[in-house]
Write a protein that binds this ligand. Structure first.
Ligand SMILES: NC(=O)c1ccc[n+]([C@@H]2O[C@H](COP(=O)([O-])OP(=O)(O)OC[C@H]3O[C@@H](n4cnc5c(N)ncnc54)[C@H](O)[C@@H]3O)[C@@H](O)[C@H]2O)c1
Length: 211
């Protein structure tokens, strides 16, 4: 299937589905209903059915979806066969937490290198990930095209510019800085303060009803 035809909102949910289905598969489950999936991944079942219809997975009434088929589809779509190496810049509080948290265990994305400006951290490793000096980016980044940015906001723009010059085309930006990059580079911002504000706003203005 032509991956460009999958809407972006659907594509964003793929890793969520993938993780859950992978767990099911490891437990030996062969099928799953959209209701079960919906409860697990917190996406309503109509959306799941619509998402899955893009993958040619039409659930059968009373049977649900075939776990192996879906996993096969997700693996090829998410490039699970290939290992994607990711670098992390800024091994401070947040960066260290990411290096320690093995949230990437179940798929083939791995943080393989970290960079920091603090010489006392350079040469050490955090949970097996070596820390290099940020001035060695050029020599050490090699083929890495995806970077997690956890530096102070004031450093973000300058680092991003360096990264783009070295061929990076994907940045997951945890800093509150809004960085400017050329149009071929994709930046996803994750701003925890904004997410929290939005949650509180929704709770206040759109409270959910108890069932
Ligand atoms: N800690 C949190 O809970 C949290 C939450 C949301 C967002 N953030 C954002 O994430 C970023 C990091 O936060 P933190 O709490 O981990 O800060 P921190 O000060 O603990 O870590 C920043 C790290 O970046 C390094 N650094 C500084 N300048 C650098 C440079 N030019 N190149 C490479 N490394 C450099 C520092 O040596 C340090 O290790 C900040 O922008 C912060 O606003 C943090």
């Amino acid at each position: 299937m032509d991956q460009n035809k999958i809407p972006q909102a659907t594509a964003k949910r793929l890793p969520l589905y993938y993780r859950f289905l992978n767990n099911l598969n490891q437990q030996g489950k062969r099928r799953v209903s959209s209701k079960e999936l919906s409860e697990a991944v917190k996406v309503d079942s109509a959306t799941i059915r619509r998402d899955f219809s893009y993958f040619g997975a039409l659930g059968k009434k009373g049977y649900g979806y075939n776990v192996e088929y879906l996993l096969g589809f997700f693996r090829s779509t998410l490039d699970q066969h290939e290992v994607t190496e990711v670098a992390l810049i800024g091994a401070g509080n947040l960066g260290t937490a990411f290096l320690k948290y093995s949230f990437l265990k179940n798929n083939n994305i791995r943080i393989t290198k970290a960079f920091d400006a603090d010489s006392s951290k350079v040469g050490k490793d955090i949970d097996g990930v070596p820390i290099f000096h940020v001035s060695d980016l050029e020599e050490e980044l090699e083929n890495i095209r995806v970077v997690i940015l956890t530096v102070p906001a004031s450093e973000a723009e300058e680092i991003a510019e360096k990264l783009v010059n070295l061929g990076v085309n994907g940045i997951l930006n945890f800093t509150p800085a809004r960085i400017t990059v050329p149009s071929h580079v994709r930046v996803h911002h994750i701003d925890l303060a904004v997410e929290l504000q939005s949650l509180v706003y929704f709770l206040k203005h759109y409270p959910l009803e108890k069932e």
